[in-house]
Design a binder for this molecule. Structure first.
Ligand code: MN
Length: 432
């Protein structure tokens, strides 16, 4: 294990392969430039923790601030790669801990040519004018919502201003397509993230009692994840009881759980940069009411149906439509929709959105809502969440069940097999 890492890294041969695959899709004369994410300031001398740019990590395995990847692409996918690292010195070693040496960076990334970042401007002055086109990292995620400029965007603007005649292209569509299918080495990390996600939850389950704060559950989960070598939650955990089970992005986790409440956990551990993402809904007092149980079983039926139809070749939009059709039947059985409402839209009953207002699945990987092409088609090696839900605010019932599914040649595999799904199994594990 490399001593600065909490996780076992993916072998550098994987990162060499991803760069080979990327270069093979680019014309000769391309110059690829990908930067680490910024470290964002808080106030005074504070900063947020560094969170690596997922595409830089995907191409290099380097999880360190101020890193830059440059790839000069020649004929037939040949390429010469250079990695720029923040130079480490005695002051940095004493205050912040050791940074990567050039030798360790080579070991992690497979890149032989590692230099310090003070050479960056000189390299740009030489390599950009010589390049036919620049390929830069951009974030085109359809649901991105921020006004903050990333380092990659800031550098793209600077490069366009400095070199107005050089053609600039976005790496996003190529990397989104590549990252959609997970390599075996990535599946090792994702399995670990999912295993930790499930184990931490299952370990917590017997200790849940009415009167506990949602924050206490968050604290216990955090301990369960970090002691298993997760760096942190893979996203801010949702631990919502009572009426807040119906609030999709509730994250304050500030209430006491009461007898009769449901508690919805939408949680995940991050391991080696990869994200687990799971949801379970449990009764605070250890036993579902008959109505809660009926809704639970409806969501579980929809969940199992969705997993059962996941196959290579199935169009994601068609899959979502089929799950809506199934869910419509469940909502009629629960008395929430009428048969007439469903019959008005039998092919695509959008009326289910009154109680099930989000999609069933998103891609999962380095990002929790991972990048994917606009109209994905399921294929072996992809990892998708499956997370149907039914939300009835008038009854304080919100139930979502989510697992992470690896698509196989002939079906689908649950990557979180160690967390209970059946209502009876949940009740049994919650018994003191
Ligand atoms: Mn999810």
């Amino acid at each position: 294990m490399i001593h600065t890492l909490r996780y076992e890294p993916i072998p550098s041969s994987f990162y060499t392969r991803t760069r080979d695959k990327l270069a093979a899709q680019l014309p000769a004369g391309s110059l690829v430039i990908v930067h680490a994410n910024d470290i964002y300031p808080t106030n005074a001398d504070g900063t947020l923790a560094h969170h690596q740019n997922a595409n830089l990590f995907y191409l290099t395995g380097i999880d360190q601030e101020e890193t830059v990847l440059l790839m000069r692409v020649g004929e037939n996918g040949s390429h010469t790669d250079t990695l720029l690292l923040r130079e480490t010195n005695e002051h940095i070693v004493i205050w912040e801990g050791a940074r990567l040496t050039r030798e360790t960076a080579t070991l992690l990334s497979g890149i032989q040519d590692v230099r310090w970042t003070d050479t960056y401007n000189a390299l740009l002055a030489e390599w950009v004018p010589a390049a036919g086109q620049l390929w830069l990292e951009t974030d085109n995620h359809p649901r991105r919502l921020t006004y903050v400029q990333t380092r990659n965007e800031r550098m793209a603007a600077a490069l366009k201003a400095s070199y107005p005649d050089t053609k600039v292209k976005s790496l996003y569509p190529l990397l989104a397509e590549m990252r959609l299918v997970k390599a075996p080495e990535e599946l090792v990390q994702l399995r670990q993230a999912c295993r930790i996600t499930g184990e931490g939850f299952t370990e917590l389950l017997p200790s849940i009692r009415p009167g506990m704060g949602e924050w206490e559950l968050e604290a216990a989960l955090s301990a369960g994840y970090i002691k298993r070598r997760a760096r942190k939650f893979s996203f801010h955990p949702i631990i919502a009881s009572g009426a807040d089970t119906c609030v999709l992005h509730y994250i304050t986790n500030h209430k006491e759980c009461r007898e009769g409440d449901l508690i919805l956990f939408d949680i995940g551990a991050e391991y080696g940069g990869y994200a687990g993402d799971m949801t379970r809904t449990v009764p605070a007092g250890g036993k579902f009411t008959p109505r809660q149980r009926a809704v639970y079983d409806a969501v579980l039926a929809a969940h199992r149906y969705a997993v059962s139809i996941m196959r290579p070749g199935l169009d994601k939009a068609e899959y979502e439509r089929r799950v809506r059709v199934f869910m419509a039947g469940e909502l009629v059985k629960l008395g929430l929709l009428t048969q007439e409402e469903v019959d008005a839209q039998p092919e695509n009953p959008l009326c289910v959105r009154k109680y099930f207002m989000h999609g069933t699945s998103h891609s999962l990987g380095l990002d929790v809502h991972d990048v994917s092409p606009d109209a994905p088609v399921f294929a072996a090696g992809q990892v998708w969440t499956v997370e149907p839900g039914i939300y009835i605010p008038a009854e304080n019932i919100g139930i979502r069940i989510e697992t992470d599914i690896l698509i196989l040649e002939d079906g689908a595999e649950d990557l979180i097999p160690n967390a209970p799904l059946d209502a009876e199994e949940i009740e049994r594990l919650m018994r003191p």
